[in-house]
Write a protein that binds this ligand. Structure first.
Ligand code: DON
Length: 304
């Protein structure tokens, strides 16, 4: 379908000159990326991948990992047990807020760090290494290739991640996390440091669009009911404080990460991934938001 490739090229050239925003540097190693990198991928639920720009450059998945680990926690524990620990309400707070819902005393949703760290604590495994391997293997199944962890980013994040440790210990003190919080937060740092490409994220999004089955390898990464729940939470909570504007102007469940990527899903149809590391005031990729708005407009994807 050359028409899709042509359209991707047009959208890419429409925004490539926009250098507004800034690269995340609160984790020192995150600032080492090429700020000008810009890739766009559309991958369909029947396995076609269309791409333009820097779609093979590796970067760390960061918060785009959160929906995938949440799905794994749901698969390991069931919806009721996970629901007893993590709510599904938008928070209206920054992603790294050290807070719980004052009424339920639970993290407000799995897309903020408190909820994401709780998801990690619910992943089953015989050992620390086994838990991380299960997380990495699961992401790899969505992506259709074996993903690896970026040691430099992991070490940089572990050295500077005091706020996430504070969140881990807060969760432990409220018995939301019932294992060693330092181990749980270490796993969270590791999952955020898994390297992906824009193409990987496009295929991961297409796997979600295809009810949890990777459309290229045909391997199942998650059960359909879990994907449905995860996409619902992405709709209300995936884009942080930019969520309202995102739903109004793009209209797709999505997740962003401070590494500079955005993943969006049109259930049953396709996945979109954009990589461009400069972020806006909400922590969302500037060109990522613009490209997704434009793709949604041109392809009439807005379904919410
Ligand atoms: O928790 C952190 O600081 C990061 N490793 C993940 C942050 C992230 O991507 C937040 N989202 N936009």
């Amino acid at each position: 379908m050359n028409v899709v490739n042509d359209m991707l090229r047009e959208v890419h050239s429409q925004f490539v000159a926009d250098t507004s925003g800034g690269v995340a540097d609160y984790i020192p190693e995150l600032a080492a990326v090429d700020p000008d990198a810009f890739g766009i991928v559309v991958a369909t639920a029947d396995g076609y991948v269309y791409e333009v720009g820097d779609t093979g450059t590796e970067f760390t998945i960061q918060s785009v990992s959160k929906p995938f680990t949440y799905a794994l926690a749901l698969a390991d524990n069931g919806e009721d047990a996970v629901g007893a620990k993590i709510d599904v309400e938008p928070s209206g707070e920054p992603f790294n807020e050290i807070s719980l819902d004052p009424v339920t005393e639970r993290p407000r949703n799995p897309m903020i760090n408190a909820g994401a760290i709780t998801s990690v604590s619910l992943v089953h495994g015989r050992s620390h290494q086994d838990k991380f391997d299960r997380i990495r293997d699961t992401y790899s199944r969505y992506a259709g290739r074996e993903l690896t962890m970026n040691e430099q980013v992991y070490r940089s994040e572990a050295r500077t991640g005091h706020r996430n440790r504070a969140i881990g210990h807060m969760l432990r003190s409220f018995d939301i996390v019932d294992t060693d919080p330092d181990d749980v937060v270490d796993l969270y740092f590791r999952q955020c440091s898994i390297d992906v490409t824009c193409r990987d994220l496009g295929v991961m999004a297409a796997t979600m669009a295809n009810n949890g089955v990777n459309p290229i390898t045909r391997s199942r990464a998650a059960a359909p009911a879990l994907v449905e729940r995860v996409l619902s939470v992405m709709t209300t909570c995936g884009m942080y404080d930019g969520a309202g504007d995102w739903v109004a102007r793009v209209g797709l469940p999505a997740k962003s990460g401070v590494g500079g990527s955005i993943l969006a899903v049109l259930p049953g149809q396709l996945g979109i991934a954009v990589y461009s590391p400069r972020l806006d005031q909400h922590g969302n990729s500037v060109r990522g938001v613009l490209a997704c708005r434009e793709l949604s407009r041109r392809l009439e994807l807005h379904f919410l």
